[in-house]
Design a protein around this ligand. Structure first.
Ligand code: AMP
Length: 465
């Protein structure tokens, strides 16, 4: 399948060629024909799949055809794209500009945290496509700078993230302001019930497109895990950055304060880096991002929200300095590397307190992340942690052993052991069965030991008896 076969007009084909896109990604191949027919779309896809182009290209083409012969006069906003963060909004605006550069269709981006003057001045001149974050959009609608009456196309991007960020009421208010008869597009990486309910409010009878969301990234990116104590994380980070000098690396911190602290410690180690997070001014964030994109600085330290929309062509590596407490964020994070068919590297640090997060992540990606134990900062609890991780396998082995040990006893008619062994819940031991001690088989014994182990917090050392 080529872009030409999708029936795209020459000005857009020319722009895509200049971008170096040789063929559509799966979400583009599926969505573009649906959208060009004017249908609503419910897309289950995350960033990194090429979803921005999947909605931007058909909107540009439809607007191009509709407005080619428009009478001269002020442009009215015909397409609205709602997105959760400023970085993502800027990124989407840049995509519209790149794909639409030969179409004569213009766009502008509005978001909060900056003065509204420059934004309202552009709006007053007239724009075709508006990319906006919800708060600033409602604000400017309230002040009379924006009118949604002429909207023909509306995109709600990263709906799940919008809900996470508490935009549900804003979104409902905006949806209520949209005119009937528009074409609506709704994208989300996950489809929780609240998301589905919200999509029903916005969409008529949508076509659905799903690009295997979470696993695709997890499979594409080469992942590894380091067990390391909290204290030693920075030393390990510094070592890894020295080893991979020159490779552009995005480091994730769970908190803004943490991100600042990492930058300080890297500076002491002579590694140039910058932090981006919500407490930084928009100017500082844009500057840091620009320098990172241009390769002037090789290490960017970010929080999850600030990292949305970071699209760096050759991002070699993502390092999870802290594991995220929301497992989907892990997939979003590692999706920053290995974008659109390239392979990438994702390294995660895990200390004892983060074990639960790791469990959730591995459950979501349906993979065990390979552990690197050959490093200078190994957590001395690693063995125990690793044993816990492998517990399901150990349990299976114990069960098999238990079953094997039952058989000869039954044959020899040894009734003495029978009650303890044959109990259906012999894994959940009663005081009586615990006291049976030597009588219990090896299998049951392992069960008791692992039970005892689980009761004691795994990061506390065993008391010597
Ligand atoms: P997105 O999922 O929209 O954030 O896009 C992820 C990355 O894929 C961006 O860097 C795009 O420039 C790139 N991309 C989008 N479509 C294509 C394509 N058809 N071929 C190659 N790269 C693409």
């Amino acid at each position: 399948m080529t872009f030409k076969e999708l029936g795209l007009v020459p000005p857009i084909l020319k722009a895509l060629e200049a971008e170096g896109y040789s063929k559509p990604t799966p979400i583009q191949a599926q969505s573009i024909p649906i959208l060009l027919k004017g249908k609503d779309l419910l897309g289950c896809a995350q960033t990194g799949t090429g979803k921005t182009a999947a909605f931007a290209i058909p909107i540009l083409q439809l607007l191009y055809k509709a407005t080619r012969n428009r009478p001269k006069g002020k442009r009215r906003i015909k397409a609205l794209v709602l997105t959760p963060t400023r970085e993502l909004a800027i990124q989407i605006g840049e995509s519209f500009t790149a794909y639409g550069k030969h179409t004569g269709i213009n766009n502008t981006v509005i978001f909060g945290g900056v003065k509204q003057g420059p934004q309202t001045r552009i709006l007053q001149k007239g724009v075709d496509i508006l990319v906006a974050t919800p708060g600033r959009l409602l604000d400017l609608i309230g002040q009379g700078f924006i009118d949604l009456r002429d909207i023909d196309y509306c995109v709600l991007d990263e709906a799940d993230r919008m809900l996470d960020m508490g935009f549900i009421h804003d979104m409902r208010r905006i949806i209520a302001l949209l005119p009937e008869g528009r074409q609506s597009l709704f994208f989300s990486a996950t489809m929780a019930p609240t998301i589905v309910a919200l999509s029903k409010k916005m969409l008529g009878n949508p076509a659905r497109v799903t690009v295997r969301p979470e696993q695709t990234t997890a499979e594409r990116v080469s992942q590894s895990l380091y067990y390391v104590t909290k204290k030693q994380k920075t030393n390990l980070l510094i070592d890894l950055l020295y080893d991979n000098k020159g490779a552009s690396t995005l480091v994730f911190s769970r908190t803004k304060h943490g991100a600042n602290k990492i930058v300080k410690q890297l500076t002491k180690a002579d590694i140039q880096s910058a932090a981006i997070h919500g407490n930084k001014s928009q100017g500082a964030r844009q500057r840091a991002l620009g320098e990172f994109k241009d390769g002037k600085i090789k290490v960017l330290v970010a929080t999850d929200i600030a990292a949305r929309g970071i699209d760096v062509d050759e991002l070699a590596c993502v390092i999870n300095y802290d594991l995220p407490n929301v497992p989907e964020s892990y997939v979003h994070r590692i999706g920053r590397t290995g974008r659109a068919n390239a392979s990438g590297v994702a390294i995660s640090f895990c200390n004892a307190e983060e074990r639960a997060y790791l469990k959730d992540i591995e459950k979501l990606i349906k993979q065990k992340i390979p552990v690197i134990s050959d490093h200078d900062y190994t957590d001395d609890l690693m063995e125990e942690l690793e044993q816990e991780r492998l517990e399901p396998a150990a349990k299976m082995r114990a069960k098999r052993q238990q079953e094997r040990s039952r058989q000869p006893r039954r044959r020899s008619g040894n009734r003495r052991n029978k009650p303890a062994v044959n109990k259906p819940n012999s894994g959940k031991k009663t005081e009586q069965s615990k006291s049976s001690g030597p009588q219990t088989t090896g299998g049951s014994d392992t069960g008791t030991a692992s039970k005892r182990r689980r009761k004691r917090p795994f990061w506390k050392k065993k008391k010597k008896s």
